[in-house]
Design a protein around this ligand. Structure first.
Ligand code: AMP
Length: 569
C-alpha cells in the first residue's frame, strides 16, 4: 500500500468530527490491511501495540534538523516559521511541497517503508543515536510529498490529531467485518481488545471471524488495562448498583500495581501500563516470598507508610517511588510500601477473568500469606446490610483510608469502567454542578479537541456563565474518569456557533466543578467567577435543569473550600 493512501485516510478523518463518518472511513481502510495488521497502529500515530506505551521521543529540534537536511533549507529559517505558525507538520508540508517540483526522480513512499523506519527509530540505542535517527527520518522526508511530510512529522511528534479513539477503532473493526451485527460484535471486540491490548491481534481475529475473537485471552507478563470503579452517591446507591449481598472493601490510598509472575520472572505494571519492576524490588521480594503459584496475575494497591511510626501515607508522599530510577535502595528504606491485594486474574495456566469475584477471592486467600507491612489481602466483608456497610465505611475513614469499594460478588473481571461491577464511595470536597455552554479548542497534545469549557449556572431558564475550566479531565483512556477526547465527542454535536478557536454549545452537559472560592467578576454574565476551577466529574446522570442556580453561586461568595488551587490533586 502506498503511504499516500493512508494520508488520504488521515485527511478524511481530520475533516470530520462525526463518529459514524470516522468509523466508515476507517472501516474502508481496514478492509485493505489484510496481511499487515500491524499497520493499524499508524491510524493512531503509533507503531507499537497499546500494551507497550513507549513513544518516539523525538524532539522538535531533531525534526527541524531533519527537515533542514532533507530539503536543504536553513535550520534558522525553519525555526522562524515555527515561531510564527507553531506547527512543524504544516511547515514540512510547505517546504516538501515546494521542493518536490524540482525533484527529478521520486520513488513512491510505501506504508511499509514508513512503518519500518518508524519502528527502527524506537529501537535505536547507544552511540550515534541522533545521527541514526536523523538518517531514518530524512530518508522518509526525502521521498515524501507535502502532505506525506506533514503526517510523518506529526506522527513523529505524537501529534497526529485525526481523532481515532479506542471506541471509534473498535466500532470500525465491527463495521468492517460484522456490518450486520455491529452492536453485538462491537462489545465482543471491546472484550477481546481488553484482553489483548493490541489492535493488530484483534483486527486479525476479527478478519477471520467471530470464533477467533472469543479465543483471545490475557497474557502473563504483559501490561494490561485494569477494572475501574464508578462513583456511588451513598451506601444505598452502591448496593443498588452492585446487588445484595455485596463485597465491601477498604479503599486504600496508594497506587494500582498489577503483578505478573511468569515462571521465575516477576513484573510490575502501573495502571498507565508502565513497567515499574526496577523501582520496587521490595514488592518483587514480597511477591516471591508470600505468594504461591508458578504463574499469576494479581491486582493490588501499594500503600506507603512511615518506616518509623508505621503510619500510612497519602499517595503524593510516595509518588516519587514510581518515577525515580536511581537510589532505589534508599527509597525502599525511606518510603516503604505495603501491598494490598484485591484480585487475581490468572493462576498457573488458567485465566480467571470469567470467574465470579468471590471465587477469585477464595483463590487469593489460598495463595497469599499475609505479612504486616509487606503484603496483605484487602480487608473485606460480605454483607446485605446497609448499616454494616456504613459502619465498615466509618471505620475505614477513621483509620485514614480513602473510603470503601463495593463489588458485585459474581462479577467477572473486566477492564475499564463497566457499570455494575465495582463502585467507590468516598467523602468528596465541595463542588458545584454546572452546565457547559461553551468551549475552546486546545493545542499541543490536546490539539483539535475542545478542552477548555465555559461553565454556567442557571437563573430560571437562562444559563449564566461563571468561569472557564480546563483542568480535571483525563488525558488518556486508561486513566480513570472522563477523558478530554470523550468530552470533545460529547460536545461536538452540540456546537451552535464557532468563532476562531471558541465555540458555543447547547447546554446539555453537566459537570461537577470544584474551586477555591467564588468572586464577583465582570468577566462572566453571572457577575461571578470561580477561582481555580477543576472538573471533578462528568455527571451523565444529571440534567441541566438540576445545575446550581445563581442563588447557589451567591451563597458561595467569599467562602473557601478544601481545594488548594492549581497543582492540587
Ligand atoms: P479512584 O482512584 O478514586 O477512582 O478509586 C479507584 C482506585 O482505588 C482503584 O483504581 C485502585 O487503585 C484503588 N483501590 C484502593 N483500594 C481498592 C480495593 N480494595 N479494590 C479496588 N481498588 C482499590
Amino acid at each position: 500500500m502506498e503511504y499516500s493512501d493512508l494520508v488520504e485516510v488521515y485527511d478524511a478523518l481530520g475533516a470530520t468530527s462525526g463518529r459514524l463518518e470516522k468509523e466508515t472511513i476507517i472501516a474502508g481502510f481496514l478492509k485493505k490491511l489484510k496481511g499487515n495488521p500491524q499497520w493499524i497502529y499508524l491510524l493512531r500515530g503509533r507503531v507499537l501495540p497499546d500494551y507497550d506505551p513507549r513513544e518516539f521521543g523525538i524532539s522538535n529540534q531533531l525534526v527541524i534538523k531533519a527537515i533542514a537536511v532533507s530539503f536543504g533549507v536553513k535550520n534558522t529559517d525553519i525555526l522562524k516559521k515555527y515561531r510564527k505558525i507553531g506547527d512543524l507538520g504544516e511547515i514540512a508540508e510547505e517546504i516538501a511541497g515546494k521542493k518536490i517540483q524540482g525533484r527529478l526522480f521520486s520513488s513512491k513512499l510505501t506504508v511499509k517503508k514508513v512503518f519500518d523506519n518508524l519502528q527502527k527509530l524506537m529501537n535505536i540505542e547507544g552511540k550515534g543515536t541522533v545521527g541514526k535517527k536523523m538518517g531514518l527520518i530524512s530518508e522518509l522526508l526525502g521521498q515524501a510529498s507535502g502532505k506525506e511530510a506533514k503526517y510523518i512529522v506529526r506522527t513523529l511528534l505524537g501529534q497526529l490529531r485525526v481523532g481515532v479513539a479506542d471506541g471509534i477503532l473498535r466500532d470500525a473493526i465491527a463495521e468492517a467485518f460484522f456490518a450486520h451485527d455491529k452492536k453485538e460484535m462491537s462489545d465482543k471486540i471491546e472484550t477481546a481488545y481488553d484482553m489483548a491490548n493490541d489492535f493488530a491481534v484483534v483486527y486479525d481475529a476479527a478478519a477471520s471471524g467471530r470464533k477467533d475473537l472469543d479465543k483471545i485471552g490475557i497474557t502473563v507478563g504483559r501490561a494490561m488495562n485494569v477494572m475501574l470503579a464508578v462513583k456511588a452517591k451513598d451506601i444505598e446507591d452502591a448496593f443498588r448498583i452492585c446487588g445484595k449481598p455485596a463485597a465491601v472493601e477498604h479503599k486504600y490510598d496508594g497506587f494500582r500495581v498489577v503483578i505478573n509472575k511468569d515462571g521465575g520472572e516477576v513484573k510490575l505494571f502501573t495502571r498507565r501500563l508502565e513497567e515499574v519492576t526496577k523501582q520496587f524490588p521490595d514488592i518483587v521480594e514480597a511477591v516471591r516470598k508470600n505468594v504461591k503459584g508458578k504463574s499469576f496475575i494479581l491486582d493490588s494497591e501499594a500503600v506507603g507508610y512511615d518506616p518509623k511510626t508505621k503510619k500510612y501515607k497519602p499517595f503524593e508522599a510516595i509518588s516519587q517511588r514510581i518515577k525515580r530510577k536511581y537510589d532505589i535502595d534508599k527509597l525502599v528504606r525511606d518510603l516503604p510500601v505495603e501491598l494490598n491485594i484485591f484480585d487475581v486474574l490468572y493462576i498457573d495456566g488458567k485465566s480467571l477473568m470469567d470467574e465470579g469475584f468471590m471465587a477469585r477471592r477464595k483463590i487469593l486467600e489460598k495463595i497469599i500469606k499475609s505479612e504486616d507491612y509487606k503484603i496483605k489481602i484487602a480487608k473485606q466483608i460480605v454483607t446485605s446490610s446497609e448499616k454494616e456497610a456504613m459502619d465498615f465505611y466509618k471505620e475505614a475513614l477513621k483509620i485514614g483510608e480513602e473510603g470503601i469499594m463495593v463489588k458485585r460478588i459474581d462479577a467477572p473481571y473486566r477492564q475499564g469502567r463497566r457499570v455494575g461491577y465495582m463502585v467507590k464511595l468516598k467523602p468528596s470536597v465541595k463542588d458545584l454542578d454546572l452546565a457547559i455552554v461553551g468551549a475552546e479548542y486546545g493545542s499541543g497534545k490536546r490539539g483539535g479537541m475542545l478542552t477548555s469549557y465555559i461553565v454556567a449556572c442557571r437563573d430560571d431558564d437562562k444559563f449564566l456563565e461563571v468561569g472557564k475550566v480546563s483542568s480535571g479531565l483525563k488525558e488518556l483512556e486508561q486513566d480513570e474518569g472522563t477523558t478530554y477526547s470523550e468530552m470533545n465527542d460529547l460536545l461536538q454535536p452540540l456546537i451552535i456557533s464557532e468563532d476562531g478557536k471558541n465555540v458555543k454549545v447547547k447546554p446539555r452537559i453537566v459537570v461537577s466543578v470544584t474551586y477555591q472560592n467564588v468572586q464577583k467578576s465582570p468577566s462572566y454574565s453571572s457577575g461571578y467567577a470561580l477561582r481555580f476551577p477543576r472538573i471533578t466529574a462528568y455527571r451523565a446522570d444529571r440534567h441541566v435543569r438540576d445545575v446550581a442556580t445563581l442563588g447557589d453561586i451567591r451563597k458561595e461568595v467569599g467562602k473557601h473550600t478544601g481545594n488548594s488551587g492549581p497543582g492540587s490533586l
